[in-house]
Design a protein around this ligand. Sequence first.
Ligand SMILES: [Zn+2]
Length: 171
Amino acid sequence: MVLAGVLLSGGCSSGSLGSSQSISVRQTLAYSLLRNPRVGLANFHVSGRRDNATAVDNMRQAERGQRSRRSSYQRAPGGSAYLDNRVLWAMHYLTRSGWSFRVTELAGGSHSGKSRHYEGAAFDVDYINGIKVGWENPHVKGFMRRCRQLGAREVRGPGIPGHRTHVHVEW
Ligand SMILES: [Zn+2]
């Protein structure tokens, strides 16, 4: 199986994740994540805007080997970007560690001006292990720690302005 082969050859679960930005690896990971019961992918934007740049749209575009669409409202610049394979590997390994979560944004949505989302190198999560992200969610700290172990260079969550109800993870 190509799928199993690629996923197994992904190698270590810590350290530098998937420096390769190969399109075939991206397609395989996206295919797998779209069918992974531990990964939810929002088909809406929190803003309520409708476009073809929701998290599930972005993942389907990656599965087809395409660049993922950005939104073009508020601060979002429009256009598109390849999802960074490190983001996809991290999601894969998070589920292998037993986490389940819902992704609200990948390359789409409106974020700050130079956001890594626009480069396909960040994701937002609003549910972890079935519980809404917030102070009272006992899983948030461990999830954030695991993301850092997987090489995320920036992880923000409750306690940081603008992140009361979601965790932001970027490379
Ligand atoms: Zn974010």
